[in-house]
Write a protein that binds this ligand. Structure first.
Ligand SMILES: [Zn+2]
Ligand SMILES: [Zn+2]
Length: 258
């Protein structure tokens, strides 16, 4: 599994960071976690083939995580290749009529046999012959009508990664499963909570490697050094993600090492 943090900013794009999107490559097949803008352009810059995107998993319906989906779909429809098909997972069913209306307003043919639309719910949401994907609820959207929001667990080749999605300001919805079970890679947002508040919880998690993304303004530029100092007590390796950073997770040699 090869993960590229395509866009690593907080709610707004910044000079050096764009909105949230992550590319997962397993062999020749691509998956996306979130589709913030400009996910299509970042995939072009990374020289990726849109026809290889098998599924897109959206953590929640905030624009910085989903606003790139229309131009991504445009690229999927414009240059189809034989055998191409993409599953899209939104956490709210009501997003699809709105998406369809906007795609039609852009004079795209919708719906399309190239794309299936699905709604995420807690537990396993997707599986193919390479990967299993499960949704883990968060409470990030509690103040927005308490609609569903989630992180995603990716399991493949005997390895396991998790993306937390956005969390609550008090870090109370940091998923229990990360506190209890080992993950080879954990991608955690770093905007909605104070790192000092999260540190005692993170210290006790059996995480192998932690990657902070969705990076808030105070941690940009020179602030990154300050953040590293705050997080330095962590008992495992950690990274502060930038747009285009790549994280390799080689297949396990003996099934699962969890
Ligand atoms: Zn966000
Ligand atoms: Zn959000």
């Amino acid at each position: 599994m090869r993960i590229t943090t395509l866009g690593t900013s907080h709610g707004d794009p910044t000079y050096c960071r764009f909105n949230s999107s992550n590319l997962i490559e397993i062999g020749e097949v691509h998956y996306l976690i979130d589709a913030g803008a400009p996910v299509d352009a970042l995939l072009v810059r990374a020289d990726k083939d849109f026809a290889r995107i098998k599924a897109v998993f959206v953590t929640h319906m905030h624009g910085d995580h989903v606003a790139g989906i229309t131009t991504l779909i445009k690229m999927l429809l414009k240059y189809p290749k034989e055998g191409q098909h993409t599953d899209i997972f939104f956490p709210e069913a009501k997003a699809y009529p709105a998406l369809g209306a906007w795609l039609k307003a852009m004079h795209l043919k919708w719906p399309s046999p190239l794309i299936s639309t699905n709604v995420s719910k807690p537990g396993q949401v997707y599986a193919d012959d390479r990967v299993t994907v499960s949704a883990v609820p968060t409470r990030h959207m509690e103040n927005a009508g308490n609609v569903f929001s989630c992180g995603y667990i990716i399991e493949t080749e005997g390895k396991r990664a998790i993306f937390t999605g956005d969390l609550k300001g008090d870090f109370s919805d940091f998923p229990e499963i990360i506190r209890e079970e080992p993950f080879d890679l954990c991608f955690c947002e770093m905007t909605h909570f104070q790192p000092e508040a999260a540190l005692p919880i993170l210290m006790d998690c059996p995480i192998h490697r932690l990657v902070f993304t969705h990076i808030h303004n105070p941690w940009h530029g020179d602030g990154e050094r300050t953040l590293r100092e705050i997080l330095s007590p962590l008992p495992y390796p950690f990274d502060i993600a930038h747009d285009g950073d790549v994280f390799e997770l080689p297949p396990s040699t003996k099934g699962t090492d969890a």
